[in-house]
Design a protein around this ligand. Structure first.
Ligand SMILES: Cc1ncc(COP(=O)(O)O)c(C=O)c1O
Length: 386
């Protein structure tokens, strides 16, 4: 009997080692990781600086509660504000993406005393109560999570947003949006749409929450993908790339929102070990110029993908790229994994998501492209012959 609660459809692969953009299974088989362990691996698996910083910290102290001073938190907040360019924002540390979004929506509601939250079709914000309620997937919302406080509007529809604000503006606490929808299939928020959210939030006193859990931390070629719109959000939430696999989440908060004791809190958030991991990530991002790298590699990958016949609706920014797979190639992702040992991500229906480490080398991108072309050719031949 397996004592694990069975909630994941898993592949029959056991990964035991990782370096950079490669991982190895328990039989020593090497895999290219174009999935970044679900957009989590920002600086590469087991980056030596990250390992060293965590190890050094582990020998000192791993955890003490938030009732004492933790200078590592201040160091992390300062570095994050500097690298993200949001120099006058403040950081609240937690443990996951869902928790970051939960806290962001709660904070907005504390701030303006309102209850209604606008989210968008195909959004994914996590699995805790408010976060899952703001997620456009009825299948993962339990009856107890259902609330009339969340309103789903069509993504990138400025008219619908304007209309909703015009009719209900005084009740709206916040608007939460991914700069690039991840689970929703790599759908990019239009710059003009984000600008519209900014101006409507300003006009009606609502809070603009930029869910950057998947699309943030340099992945898009800017620190936050929302930055492409040239306007600031009031709150940025982040998690996945922040610890390169060490669990940590963050809420970056504009100075317009005043902190009060008791508003937010957590036992584990901001612990010494997590801060050391997150600091190592930022240090590597800075030293290895990984945001620029993500942009360069992403553009190269994107342009090469454009010339590959068979894939459809290519879209994305930086190293957050998606394309549709027609029915004839429905086995593409499975074959990439089991025949060629390449991990990619999926989204419904028939979308392949590419979310590799920001430090992926050109050679590895080429390796992926060669195999992709070969596998598409093989699958196409099978279809033509049958
Ligand atoms: C955009 C977005 N927000 C929030 C989450 C939830 O993050 P976590 O699984 O760390 O709770 C995810 C996870 O996939 C995500 O993609």
């Amino acid at each position: 009997m397996n004592n694990l609660f069975n909630v994941y459809p898993i592949n029959d692969i056991t990964i035991t080692k990782g370096i950079g953009s490669y991982v190895w299974d328990d039989n020593g088989v090497q895999y290219l990781d174009m999935y970044g362990g679900h957009a989590v691996i920002s600086i590469g698996h087991t980056h030596p600086h990250w390992v060293q910083r965590i190890e050094d910290q582990l020998h000192k102290i791993a955890f003490y509660s938030n009732s004492i001073k933790i200078p590592l938190q201040e160091e992390l907040a300062a570095k994050l504000c500097q690298i993200s360019g949001k120099t006058d924002y403040q950081l609240f540390l937690c443990n996951s993406g869902a928790e970051a979004n939960e806290n962001a929506m709660k904070l907005a509601s504390f701030h303006n005393g309102r209850k209604k939250i606008i989210a968008f079709k195909k959004s994914f914000h996590g699995r805790t109560s408010l976060a899952v309620a703001a997620t456009d997937n009825q299948k993962i919302v339990a009856p107890v999570n259902e609330t009339e406080n969340i309103i789903f509007l069509p993504f990138n529809d400025e008219k619908a947003l304007e209309k909703y604000f015009a009719e209900n503006g005084k009740e709206i606490s916040s608007v939460i949006i991914e700069g690039i929808q991840g689970v929703g299939g790599i759908r990019i928020a239009d710059e003009s749409f984000l600008q519209k959210i900014r101006s409507l939030c300003d006009k009606y006193g609502a809070i603009y929450i930029a869910d950057s859990v998947q699309c943030g931390y340099g992945r898009s070629g800017k620190f936050f993908s929302h930055d492409y719109a040239g306007v600031d959000a009031d709150i940025y939430t982040m998690a996945k790339g922040m610890g390169n696999g060490f669990p940590i989440g963050g809420v970056l908060i504009s100075p317009k929102i005043e902190a009060k004791f008791g508003m937010l809190g957590t036992t584990f958030g901001g612990n010494h070990l997590a801060c050391a991991a997150a600091l190592a990530v930022l240090e590597v991002i800075e030293k290895e110029n990984l945001i620029e790298q993500a942009k360069l590699r992403g553009t190269y990958l994107f342009n090469r993908l454009k010339s590959i016949d068979g894939i459809e609706n290519l879209r994305g920014k930086g190293l957050m790229i998606g394309f549709d797979v027609p029915d004839a190639l429905k086995d593409l992702r499975k074959n990439l994994l089991f025949n060629h040992h390449i991990f990619t991500g999926a989204a419904n229906p028939n979308v392949i998501r590419l979310l590799p480490s920001l430090a992926i080398a050109k050679k590895q991108v080429d390796e992926f492209l060669d195999v992709l072309k070969e596998e598409i050719a093989t699958l196409s031949t099978v279809v033509t012959e049958s």
